[in-house]
Design a protein around this ligand. Structure first.
Ligand code: ZN
Length: 55
């Protein structure tokens, strides 16, 4: 699972494909909420606020 900014969305998808060999589901973080999970405060690849969830 990746939480990434727009800039790193493609990279997260690439890594996901490499690891899981199937395309990920991509969610806009603002539009999803999970009761027992809160989004990290920064992108997995940089310090920006994450915008997308790649799972
Ligand atoms: Zn980033």
């Amino acid at each position: 699972m990746y939480c990434v900014c727009e800039e790193h969305l493609a990279r997260a998808i690439d890594e996901f494909l490499e690891i899981y060999e199937m395309p990920p589901d991509i969610y806009v973080l603002e539009e999803v909420s999970f009761t027992d999970w809160s989004a990290p405060s920064h992108c997995d690849f940089c310090g920006k606020i994450p915008e997308f969830l790649v799972v």
